[in-house]
Write a protein that binds this ligand. Structure first.
Ligand code: NDP
Length: 327
């Protein structure tokens, strides 16, 4: 038997999330690597799934948890042997395939990467999908030619998982970072992570002009909607905006003006189906470019039993940074 955060829906659509003891024989046949999970984490998507807020889960019942770190305890995949330390991010795990908020997970070897040297399993999950997505956004800015001397970088959703890791990474890489947050009480915390200034997210949250005063050399946006539209409208000539999230909304009420008159590039960032070579590049950079002391200050460790409450905090927007779930 193994313990898991189990999500169920009955024939009438009644939803239930709870910690259950499950039998190993119930694990998905599609997996070829059995992993003893030591740590998982809570991302925005986990919050949606565990609180049944949007159709993240597409197969019922489901074990929650889109990220996991642990040790291989059985393998039919040549790339992985018993004892290997591995991590998993995304690939539909916790959505269509039983996930990692559990003591055991049966996963496909093609989804796994070996744990990066220099990071512990706990640190990998403190980073999690949110932090790995922040790194993908930084890589998108670099590929767009955004260098520190080009000017300020705007990070929206600043106190969240993507935002806090993005600020930490960018500041260590020498960028000047401006954080947009709705939590004035987190100003000093965001500055301690490396933000040079913090602006009120309300400044970006309403409909604005198609072209505004040029300010940002680059943007990491996890918010979408008007915030993303205004961020594009304020981006300098030739700048790059990396868009990865929808905390404000899925819409993009923008115009083509920033793109056709200022040559601004909007780069979409997806972590879920990103190919392995992209993941490996991102994780290798995380192992070298993230200040692990800052990672410690932006993350906290909770138990599997506390994960349901943690998910509610994510949905209420009351948490900051990252939550690691020690299994
Ligand atoms: P968090 O919940 O940790 O952080 C989101 C932050 O957004 C909040 O802390 C808050 O920051 C801000 N926010 C919340 N509501 C609003 C609002 N109505 N308007 C403006 N800002 C708001 O989530 P994550 O950082 O983990 O994820 C952020 C987004 O990125 C989510 O939409 C998630 O789905 C997406 N994502 C996408 C991925 C991909 O592969 N493309 C991977 C990972 C995440 P503050 O209070 O400081 O303003």
């Amino acid at each position: 038997m193994f313990k898991a955060l189990f999500l169920q829906k009955d024939a009438d659509g009644n939803f239930k999330a709870g910690i259950e003891n499950l039998d190993e024989s119930q694990l998905p046949e599609a997996g070829d690597v059995l992993v003893k999970i030591s740590h998982s984490t809570l991302n925005y998507k986990d919050g949606l799934a565990i609180c049944n807020k949007s159709p993240v889960v597409r197969t019922w019942p489901m074990v929650a948890g889109i990220d996991g770190a642990g040790v291989v305890i059985g393998s039919n995949n040549q790339a992985f042997q018993e004892g290997d330390e591995v991590i998993l991010n995304g690939f539909g795990v916790g959505e269509t395939h039983w996930g990692c908020l559990a003591e055991k997970a049966k996963l496909k070897g093609e989804w796994l990467i070996h744990k990066p040297a220099g990071l512990t399993a706990e640190q990998c999950m403190a980073i999690g999908t949110a932090g790995y997505t922040a790194m993908l956004c930084v890589l998108a800015l670099e590929k767009g030619g955004v260098t520190p001397e080009k000017g300020e970088i705007l990070v929206t959703g600043a106190s969240g998982g993507v935002g806090t890791v993005a600020i930490s990474l960018l500041s260590k890489l020498g960028y000047t970072v401006v954080a947009a947050s709705g939590k004035p009480e987190q100003t000093e915390f965001l500055k301690s992570l490396g933000a040079s200034a913090v602006i009120d997210r309300a400044e970006l949250a309403e409909k604005g002009k198609p072209l505004q005063k040029e300010r940002w050399a680059g943007v990491v946006d996890s918010v979408g909607s008007f915030t993303l539209a205004n961020a594009c409208a304020q981006t300098q000539y030739g700048g790059t905006v990396a868009a990865c999230g929808l905390a404000q909304g899925m819409d993009l009420p923008s115009s083509v003006a920033p793109f056709i008159l200022r040559g601004v590039t909007l780069r979409g960032v997806d972590s879920v189906m990103a190919p392995l070579h992209v993941r490996k590049e991102a994780w290798a950079r995380l192992a070298t470019d993230l200040d692990l002391n800052k990672l410690k200050t932006l993350s906290k460790v909770i138990t599997l039993e506390e994960a349901i409450e943690g998910a509610s905090q994510i949905m209420a927007g009351t948490h900051t940074g990252r939550m690691v779930v020690k299994i």
